[in-house]
Every structure is written in structure tokens, then in C-alpha cells.
Design a protein around this ligand. Structure first.
Ligand code: C2E
Ligand code: MG
Ligand code: MG
Length: 564
């Protein structure tokens, strides 16, 4: 402590202060107190100090970093308080050494912000830096962009599980070292070095503030993959790891830490899904697709209850006389947000989450009811059959046979006017339940067709032993022998294959329907090689039930299609 007069000069000091400042009480007497503890260097403190000296302010407290004459630095807490007037006024200056406390605080802060295994900044510090980097003042000066490599080691869990956590930890530390080196090398050429952080488990992040574009991030990600290629020598073992990296680079303006991390997370997932050991760049389109997939999946079931699905019907035409024989029911989702969706967008999802079962039941009932309506509305025409697509899961997870029986009874549709389309993979080699179901349906009088024939095993001999009566030749075959006056040469091999297939099918007692018939040249070729039925845009696109009624009244579909 020291007593300081109204002029700011030390009038007396105790030995402790002398020791703290590397001096003696005698040497301190008469010196300018403010200089001893650096009260002049910032204006605010200086002003406050003088106010205390003049008796206009009660006290002053501040923290100062001082240099001891022997060279070491110390942190002190300074307080200045007025002395009673009877002790000739002036102020009492107290100086406390808080270096140890400061150091402890700093160490605690470091512990809070760093990961003990790798010594890298942890999640907390990473998000602090990320948030700071995304604040307007931070990016206004530089490029205004920010980039992130979000990295996850491939197969790290196996190392942990088989070799133990100690080896796992050492591997993480070694990986951290290589990442830091990559960041340092990337930093040489630039103003700042990317921040490397461990976000938890085997996840790391490299944050590039002021990035110059995706190329910079791609280079960094590439260098990380290369750096991790060399095996690691850990506890006498050679270990190899690779990493998957999600790369995001964008304008800092309008980006939040959450949005950036979500994008990085999605992109990392793509990198994993695409085969690991690679980096993948964030793709807004792919993301939108994922979001719609999610949005669609979560609303499928309620959509069935709300009646958002509709059926369109596509004519199945006899190749011989061009007459309408039947229709295929094709489901569409009239989505309130996304508009009319084709089945390719949602059937897969519905199969994944099982909602195909109630949806399929609805399709079946609606199609049968409609077929019966046409029959009643056109009593003078031969009735047309309806062909309904059935997903594998409907055969396995629901009582398809009971559903069909009930629906036929309810709608009063004759069983021979219903055809069910299954894919090859649904019936091939599955044995047991599907085969029993097929047999029961066939015994009922319902026809079974194999959809998209030719894309799977194409085992005709096997198929002929199942109660199958129709092959629907996949559209790719018909497309394959595209030849007409437009200069595309015929592919004779395709035609030979298709012709042989049709002949064999006929000898096994099956009829053949060709999908995707788009040109009359294709149609006449198909007719010549013996195809029984055709389906495709040449005859008609999938249409509403009303349009089918109109076609029922006209003599030939082909003529009707031409007129429309
Ligand atoms: P699929 O059963 O093979 O149906 C034929 C698909 O080919 C239909 O597509 C149809 O619009 C299209 N197509 C018809 N003619 C032509 C043509 O000349 N050229 C071309 N390029 N395409 C043609 P869509 O309606 O998008 O249906 C796609 C698939 O979705 C169907 O293939 C079927 O596997 C499935 N699907 C449709 N409705 C249902 C359903 O109610 N239940 C189930 N489980 N699957 C369905
Ligand atoms: Mg089909
Ligand atoms: Mg098909």
C-alpha cells in the first residue's frame, strides 16, 4: 500500500509494495503514483483516478498488467480510495498481486474450451468462433464468406471396439495432429489459419473464416484426405483410417451457425452414403430433394385418409384389332404443396414405411369400383379389365388374398376383370407366402401379370410354373428397337431377343403385353412378332375415368387417340 497526496505523489509506501514493484519504500517516496501502476495509459482510468484525487469520486478499481524490473510480468488489482481529511487528505493506493488467480482462470478457460484427448479446441470454442465469424462486423472487412469442412472418421468405432479406448484416443490425437498440419499449411498462403476443432467422438471440423470460394475448401478437404492416407503407428500397431468430409462454403450474411451445421451434417451424410473416404460439396438441389422426401414421407399416411390420391387409367390395347381390352390403374398424389406427383416420387417411400399397405388397399378398391362402373355404364360393350400394381410388401405384410376377395365381393366385379401386376423380384425365388397368395388369387379367377419383365431374372421356365398368365415386357425393350424413318438404325439383336421371348412365352401359355409403345413403327413391329397387347403413348397417356368412357364408345383406341 502507499499513501498518495493530492498532487499524486507517493508520500509513503509499505515494504510489501516495494517488493511487489521490485523497489523499496524509500525509493518509492516522492514518485508519481500513477506511473507505478500504469494509471495513465488509458484515458478513462486516468480521468477516474484524477476525480478520486480531487475528492469528486469515491474510489477506483482496475486490473493492470505490470512489468517487474526483473523481467517477469504480473497481474495486479489496483484500488484507489480517499483518506479521511484529518490525515491530510490524499488517497490510499492498494495493489494486490492476482497473477496466480489470473493464471488459474486462464487454465480453467482453456480446459473448458479444449478437448483433453487431442488438445484441440472443443465444440464450445468452435461454436463461439463460428458465431463470432458469422456476425456482421466480423465479415464486413474480408471476403464476406465462410467455409467449413465437417469430418468424420470412417470405421473408427471398429478401432475403439477391437483395440480399446486407449488406442482409440491415441489415434484421435494423431489424426488431430495431421489436421492441424493441414490447417497450418493452408494458412501459410493466406491471412489466417483455419480453426481445427474436435466436435466430439470421431468428428472434427475445420473452419475457414474469410474463405475465397469452394475451391479453397475443396483444396483443404483434399489435403486432409491425403494427409490421412499414410498409416498411423500407434502403440506398436499400424492403423489405417480414412475420413468422409462434408464441405460447405457460402456467404456469411444470412447464415446462422445452425443452418451451416445442418448443411454440413447433411453433406457429410452424403459423403458417407456415396462410399466414404471422400469429400462432398453441399448441393442445394440434392438438399431440396432430401427435404421433399422427408416432407413427403411424413405426410403419406394422413394423405391417404384425407383422400389426396387419385387414379389415372392407361389403355391396354389389343394389337390385332386395336380395341381397348383393359386399363392399368396408375396412382397419383394430388399434393396440396407440391402439386400432382407421379408414383416414382412416393411409392418407394410408401414401401419403406409400410404405408403402401393402406394405400394399395385404397388403389385396389377404387380401381375395382371404377371397372364395375364402366361395365354398368356400357352394357353393350365387352367389359374391360383393370390391372392394378401390387408392391412386394403388400404380399408380405397384409392379407392380400382376403383384401381382394372382400373388395371383389363389395364392388361386384367379376374376378376375371381384375389383373394384378407384380414385379419379377416379388415372385421369383421367394417361395412360401407369396406363392401361396398367388395360387389363391389365381384359383379365385384373378389374373397375375409380371410387370417390367426383362429387368430382373427373366427366368421364363420358372415363371411358367407359377400361376402367372401375362408378361408385361419392360419399356426398355421396346425403346431398344426404335427404328422408323427418322434415321435411327434398327437393332436386330433386340428384335430377335424380343421375338424369341414372345414365342417362348406363348408356348408356356402366357400372353405378352408391351409397355411404352410410342410410335406406330414400334407397334407394327411388335404386332408382327406376335405381341398380344400394347400400352403406351401411341394409344393414350394415362387419363381420367371419363376419358376411358369416351374410348369405350369409340370403335378403336388408335383412331380415338389420333382424333384427340
Ligand atoms: P409401371 O407399372 O411399369 O407403369 C407404367 C409406367 O410407364 C407409368 O408410369 C406410365 O405412365 C409409363 N408409360 C406408359 N406409357 C408410356 C410410354 O409410351 N412412354 C413412356 N416413356 N412411359 C410410358 P407412372 O404412372 O409414372 O408409374 C410408374 C410406376 O409406378 C409404375 O410402373 C408402377 O411400378 C408404379 N405404380 C403406379 N401406380 C402404382 C400403384 O397403385 N401401386 C404400386 N405399388 N405401384 C404403382
Ligand atoms: Mg405396372
Ligand atoms: Mg411396367
Amino acid at each position: 500500500m502507499a499513501v498518495v497526496d493530492r498532487e499524486g505523489l507517493v508520500t509513503g509506501a509499505n515494504p510489501a509494495l516495494g517488493e511487489l514493484l521490485g523497489s523499496t519504500p524509500r525509493e518509492l517516496a516522492g514518485t508519481i503514483a500513477a506511473d507505478l501502476v500504469d494509471l495513465t495509459s488509458d484515458a478513462r482510468t486516468w480521468h477516474a483516478y484524477r476525480e478520486v484525487l480531487r475528492g469528486r469520486q469515491a474510489r477506483l478499481r482496475c486490473t493492470r498488467r505490470l512489468k517487474h524490473p526483473d523481467g517477469h510480468c504480473l497481474w495486479v488489482q489496483v484500488s484507489v480510495a480517499p483518506l479521511p481529511a484529518e490525515e491530510c487528505g490524499g488517497v490510499l493506493l492498494s495493489v494486490a498481486d492476482i497473477s496466480a488467480r489470473r493464471e488459474l482462470q486462464a487454465r480453467l478457460r482453456h480446459l473448458q474450451n479444449h478437448d483433453p484427448v487431442t488438445r484441440l479446441p472443443n465444440r464450445t470454442l468452435f461454436f463461439e468462433r463460428l458465431s463470432a465469424g458469422l456476425e456482421a462486423e466480423a465479415y464486413e472487412e474480408g471476403t464476406g464468406r465462410i467455409g467449413l469442412c465437417y469430418l468424420d472418421l470412417d470405421g473408427f468405432k471398429a478401432v475403439n471396439d477391437t483395440l480399446g479406448h486407449r488406442v482409440g484416443d491415441r489415434l484421435l490425437a494423431a489424426v488431430a495432429e495431421r489436421l492441424t498440419r493441414c490447417a497450418d499449411e493452408a494458412g501459410y498462403a493466406r491471412a489466417s489459419t483455419p480453426l481445427v476443432a474436435r466436435l466430439g467422438g470421431d468428428e472434427f471440423a475445420l473452419l475457414v473464416e474469410d474463405s475465397t470460394g469452394t475451391e479453397q475448401l475443396a483444396d483443404l478437404a483434399e489435403s486432409v484426405l491425403t494427409a490421412l492416407q499414410a498409416p498411423f503407428d500407434i502403440s506398436g500397431r499400424r492403423l489405417s483410417v480414412s475420413a468422409s468430409i462434408g464441405v460447405v462454403e457460402r456467404h456469411a450474411a444470412g447464415t446462422s451457425p445452425t443452418a451451416l451445421m445442418q448443411a454440413a451434417d447433411t453433406t457429410l451424410y452424403w459423403a458417407k452414403a456415396d462410399g466414404k473416404d471422400r469429400w462432398t460439396l453441399f448441393d442445394p438441389e440434392r438438399n431440396a430433394h432430401r427435404m421433399t422426401r422427408q416432407a413427403l414421407a411424413s405426410t403419406l399416411r394422413p394423405a391417404i385418409e384425407r383422400g389426396e390420391f387419385v387414379l389415372e387409367y392407361q389403355p391396354l390395347v389389343c394389337m390385332e384389332d386395336g380395341r381397348l381390352r383393359g386399363v392399368e390403374a396408375l396412382v397419383r398424389w394430388n399434393h396440396p404443396q407440391f402439386g400432382l406427383l407421379t408414383p416414382n416420387r412416393f411409392i418407394g417411400l410408401a414401401e419403406e414405411d409400410g404405408s403402401i399397405v393402406p394405400l394399395g388397399r385404397w388403389v385396389l378398391a377404387t380401381a375395382c369400383r371404377q371397372a364395375r362402373r364402366w361395365q354398368l355404364a356400357h352394357p353393350d360393350e365387352p367389359p374391360i379389365f383393370v390391372s392394378v400394381n401390387v408392391a412386394v410388401r403388400q404380399v408380405w405384410d397384409s392379407d392380400l388374398v382376403a383384401d381382394v376377395a372382400r373388395i371383389l365381393a363389395e364392388t361386384e366385379l367379376a374376378p376375371h376383370l381384375l389383373q394384378l401386376e407384380l414385379t419379377e423380384s416379388a415372385v421369383m425365388g421367394s417361395g412360401g407366402r407369396p406363392q401361396q397368395a398367388l395360387q389363391a388369387l389365381s384359383d379365385m379367377g384373378v389374373r397375375i401379370a409380371i410387370d417390367d419383365f426383362g429387368t430382373g431374372y427373366s427366368n421364363l421356365a420358372y415363371l411358367s410354373r407359377l400361376p402367372v398368365s401375362v408378361l408385361k415386357l419392360d419399356g426398355s425393350f421396346v425403346k431398344g428397337f426404335q427404328y422408323d424413318g427418322e434415321g435411327i438404325a434398327p437393332n436386330p439383336a433386340d428384335e430377335v431377343v424380343v421375338e424369341a421371348m414372345i414365342q417362348l412365352a406363348h408356348r408356356l401359355g402366357l400372353t405378352v403385353t408391351a409397355e411404352c409403345v410410342e410410335t406406330s413403327a414400334q407397334a407394327s413391329r411388335l404386332r408382327r412378332i406376335g405381341c398380344d397387347t400394347g400400352q403406351g403413348w401411341l394409344y393414350s397417356r394415362p387419363v381420367t375415368p371419363d376419358r376411358i368412357s369416351e374410348l369405350l364408345r369409340s370403335p378403336g383406341v388408335q383412331a380415338a387417340a389420333r382424333n384427340s
